[in-house]
Design a protein around this ligand. Sequence first.
Ligand code: CMP
Length: 828
Amino acid sequence: MHDLIIFILIISALLVVASLLQPLAERLRLPHSVLLAAVGVAIAAASVTLLQVRGVPMLREAAEAVSGLSFNSSTYILVFLPALLFQAALTIDVRRMMEDAAPILLLAVVAVFVATAVIGLALWPLAGVPLVVCLLLGSIVATTDPAAVVAIFRDIGAPARLVRLVEGESLLNDAAAIAIFYVLLEIITSGDEPDLLMGAWDLAMDLGGGTLLGIVGARLGVAMIPLLRGRRTAEVTLTLALPYLVFVSGDHFLGVSGVVAVAVAGLVFGAGSRSRLSPSGWAYLDAVWEQVAFLAGSLVFILAALMVPKLLGTVSLHDGLLLLVLVAAALVARALVLFLLLPPLTLLKLSAKISNSYKLVLTWGGLRGAVTLALALSVTEARGIGGEDQRIVTVLATGFVLFTLFINGTTLRPVIKLLGLNRLSPLNQAIRNQVLALSLADVRDSVQQTATEYEFPPTVARAVQKPYDARIQEVTSAGSLEEQISDRDRIVLGLIALANRERQLVLEHHGLQTVSGDIIEGLLRNAGEIYDGARTAGRIGYNRAARKILRLPRAFRFAYALHRWAGIERPLARQVAKRFDKFLVRRLVLEELIRFNSRNLKPLLGIRVAELLGEVLSGRLDASTKALDALGLQYPEYAEALSQRFLRKLALRREMVHFESLFEDGLIGQELFEDLRRGVDARQKEAERRPKLDLKLDKVALIAQVPLFNTLAPDELKRLARVLRSRLALPDQTFIRTGDRGTAMYFISSGAVEVVLPDRRIRLGRGDFFGEMALIDGGPRRADVVALTYCTLLELRSGDFEKFLKANPDISGRIDEVAQERGVKRVA
Ligand code: CMP
């Protein structure tokens, strides 16, 4: 009991220290971990010294407690590691990461192997321990901690892609390094002869199995989100459990890599849940996890640092020499990968070009952190590895972490300055000036207005305005944006701003809960593609990416195939309805973007560029409107029902906002508020149901729309209905392809198609038919037939064709006649 109290006391005190160090680190412009480690070492050193001092029993007791503080080191792995990895994975945007999958995998996985090998081989001749032990050390120090580099990169406005690269690399290299670490540890502790083949096989199983486990675990987690009904505390609780569940079941029950499972689970969960959680729910989750990771990271650093003085007691000059070799080998390994292995990827266009300055920073900025420390500490208690082997690994790994923190960490900023990476590019400089000029002018004007309102004497206003005038003068003297950067660059700039805004607008719609999560996800993904398109290929890239949304998604095509080949209608109706929702939101977003362009971008980028951007946007708007109209034309009642539902949800949302503000202002009580909320919830649920779309493929109704069949008697109609099948054609769909074998002909009940002949196009509408020629002469299709709108068709298959003609001589004659006009020669 007493021990527990002391333990809690010390941990709390350490947390106080960690919290105080954060602002200090910012003030000193040093990575937080550097200060944590430094203070940890200092505390431990002080307590060791105090132990020697007699006299003050209180202090002595405290010192004893601190130096006696030791975790069972598997705690580090079991408690802290899953949290650290999961959080890192959660915040990574997987889709964006995928674009740089090649360099990330190279840096992460290949680099870990290279580092393990180079470091292991460099130390082996000198360290006096077996090669496996040296390799084990290599794998421990192969993990990198991105926090410091990422923080600095964000500060200096490094390309976002580079930041993603560093984050992605560090996450995956943690996973890979730890997996290698376990395989090596297994070899050492089992005492068997190392078997390279077995080791490689184990590793492959570990990685593959872990990946699979992570995916399954995360998918299950994502599937559970709807059950939590938007309660954010419940959502966070679920995510807190997830990493530990997959970690423990992987490592202890399934015999696959738990860390890999945790990292993959974080990635998959992050990607899948973002659109299923409300935006505020996601923000909350993100914040809690940031806090958890901060706690875990801080504690690992301090606790590990506390061990340092004890380790130092055993250190010799020889260890110092080994540490220098280790440092050199690690740098060489990293440089090898960045300068030799990355360039071929760039040549193959698998990776964006990274300048040599940034490569240098990446080499120097490969700080090691909590994960390396946690692994090093876990070795101290691993069974089967002891004595000098264990001492060397722990001492060198800890020493190396401290080296990278105290030497690399403190010099990273100066290095960046030296390389000139902290200077704003001319483009950014110009934008900064323009933004400043506009905002300063705004502020100056509002000062004037306020002064007039409050009836301050003009001299007061002028005194306050004067410094603003001077600053405006200063920033505009550099010239306007139009003079400084080319039209082309400003257009790209504008497109990027539009794409960013589009993302926000889609997220706002998500907040309004007007459409379902998967639609938002599709729109978000497309907004991301548009952003990247604009960055890499300007207007062309932007437009190319924007058009992607017009394509039919895979699920749609699958549903369509079910309809066309098996006559199953339900999934297709769902997909058509979703498409409707998607274009509805898209159109609203585009209208908003057009306003954003003229309101916010015009003053910044100039009239000419804004006009051009406006054209791009209205082109997109036209495409969306056309798609919506095509649907609305075919299914007018449904279009209306959907628009109504959309508006109804918006209204409910507004209602809720009202009640919330009344409640917060204390105008209505808790009970009343809850009652109102329940009412809104119930109606919300009702509105949630998507109205059923009737594709209007009822055969009898379709037959009635074709004049050719009007002459038939009721029982003939019935027979006809048996052989015909109803089909839906989609706008722009090529329904018949030139050269194919003829399997059926079609009567048009509604909509319009176009026959594409080499020299002309012929439009056919309701009552017309097509596809008869190939059936009559048995030859290949003579032309493409493309649907112009949604069309309902009646299909007559070739098997039923002859029978049908015999039974209906009138219709048969008409078909023959038309076919002959079109150029067929009837074979007898
Ligand atoms: P088929 O050859 O089976 O497939 C292509 C179809 O295009 C063809 O049958 C006709 O139905 C239609 N088609 C071909 N030529 C013409 C034409 N000149 N005018 C109208 N329709 C045509």
